[in-house]
Design a protein around this ligand. Structure first.
Ligand code: COA
Length: 388
């Protein structure tokens, strides 16, 4: 396998972007990434794009070709492939691009991720997202992702004594980070009382325990490490890519508080990277709901099962803690355009490892981890990156 580096990153503002089309968003992110990478465009061997449900959200399928066309590359006939894995579509697309270079097939690949979710009503968005749950066993009976994660939260509270305040503190922390990120949907700090007194969504989760419905796009340019130096003096090496899956429905799991897909993807990634949890300087984890961040830091092995809430109390995951988590604001505050999220996580890690994260910069960041989940944990991808 060849070494692979990220040589360029690009992001649109996340939010309710009524004035921008799907085409404009992906072209903006892609052109920023290409400009940042130092390539001209003719070097691109392939494109991959993560998008969960463009057919339902904007009535458009055939996204691979559309993205190549919208980026102005249709005349080059570059192979362009859409990748779908629910909210993990972006992470999966990055992994496909990584594998195609590591295998020796391609040298330069552009990976995009996009979702435009606000063109449909809130109800339609919830129904569309619920299609990533098990239709027969969950969605048919009215289960939505907020309610599925609410069940995980309730069980976590029962098993481990995790408190409502600890959940709320995840939102407070991520909004505090998001306030420092000019690309975030919500660039504002929130107080604990605000989270605790917010309108209920599914007990114990309230409005501020949920990631929002978001429009946005992200892109990265990947290149074989040996050729990366032709384009940039700041490549960031992908030192591991781990993927795993699990039962689609929650009831099929050995323990609903543990995402075994995360446990297994992380095991593979740490083994490939030949590093341990102690070597990680920062992590972007999939906090689609506040409880998801607590489960993630446990399942990634940063602490024992059940101790995630305690870690939040001890401020370990704060920007200036020993393991800063979701420095971008996470899905909670930066926003969660589902197909773009996994790519945007890589953008944040690369920005941090290059030392370009401005007010939210983690001091001396060398190694970062990105964790992207599909549905309630049926798909998981973990990437580990190192600044060189
Ligand atoms: N966090 C913070 N603020 C939010 C928010 C969120 N998650 N969702 C909405 N808001 C804000 C809006 O900006 C708006 O503020 P304004 O009145 O100042 O403009 C206000 O709350 C009401 O917004 P609205 O769009 O009417 O909210 P809603 O009740 O329709 O939707 C949720 C709220 C939580 C149901 C929706 O955000 C949601 O479904 N989130 C989960 C998405 C999801 O499941 N993703 C996949 C995960 S696996």
């Amino acid at each position: 396998m060849r070494d692979v580096a990220v040589i360029g990153v690009g992001l649109t503002k996340f939010g309710e972007l009524w004035d921008k089309s799907f085409r404009e968003l992906i072209s903006e992110a892609g052109s920023k990434a290409i400009f940042d990478s130092g390539i001209g465009g003719l070097e691109i061997d392939a494109m991959y794009v993560g998008s969960m449900s463009s057919g339902r959200f904007i009535g458009q399928e055939h996204i691979g070709a559309l993205v190549a066309d919208a980026s102005g590359f249709s005349h080059l006939n570059i192979p362009s492939t859409r990748v779908e894995g629910a909210c993990a579509s972006g992470g999966l697309a990055v992994r496909e691009g990584y594998l195609s270079i590591a295998s020796g097939l391609n040298d330069v690949v552009v990976v995009g991720g996009i979702e435009k979710m606000n063109d449909v009503s809130g109800t339609a968005a919830t129904e569309t997202l619920a299609m990533a749950a098990d239709q027969e066993w969950e969605a048919f009976f009215g289960a939505t992702f907020p309610s599925i994660y609410a069940m995980i939260a309730t069980r976590h509270m029962h098993e481990y004594g995790t408190t409502r305040e600890q959940l709320a503190q995840v939102a407070v922390k991520n909004h505090s980070n998001g306030a420092l990120n000019p690309f975030a949907q919500y660039q504002r700090e929130i107080k604990m009382e605000f989270v605790l007194n917010a309108p209920p969504v599914a007990y114990p989760l309230g409005l501020f325990d949920c990631s929002p419905v978001t429009d946005g796009a992200a892109a990265v340019v990947l290149c074989s490490l040996d050729k990366a130096k032709n384009f940039t003096d700041k490549p960031v090496k992908i030192i591991a890519s781990g993927q795993a899956s699990d039962s689609l429905a929650l009831h099929g799991r050995r323990d609903i508080c543990t995402l075994d897909s995360t446990v297994q993807a992380a095991k593979k990634a740490f083994k490939q990277a030949n590093v341990t949890q102690k070597d990680i300087d920062l992590a972007e984890v999939h906090d689609c709901f506040t409880i998801a961040e607590i489960c993630a830091i446990e399942d990634l092995g940063f602490m024992k099962k059940g101790e995630g809430g305690k870690a939040i109390d001890e401020n370990i995951t704060n920007l200036n803690g020993s393991l800063p988590v979701n420095t971008s604001g996470g899905l909670k505050s930066k926003g969660h355009p589902v197909g773009a999220t996994g790519v945007a996580q890589i953008v944040e890690i690369v920005t941090q490892l290059r030392g370009e994260a401005d007010k939210r910069q983690v001091k001396d960041a060398k190694i970062g981890l990105a964790h992207n989940v599909g549905g309630s944990g049926a798909t998981c991808i973990v990437h580990i990156l190192e600044g060189i």
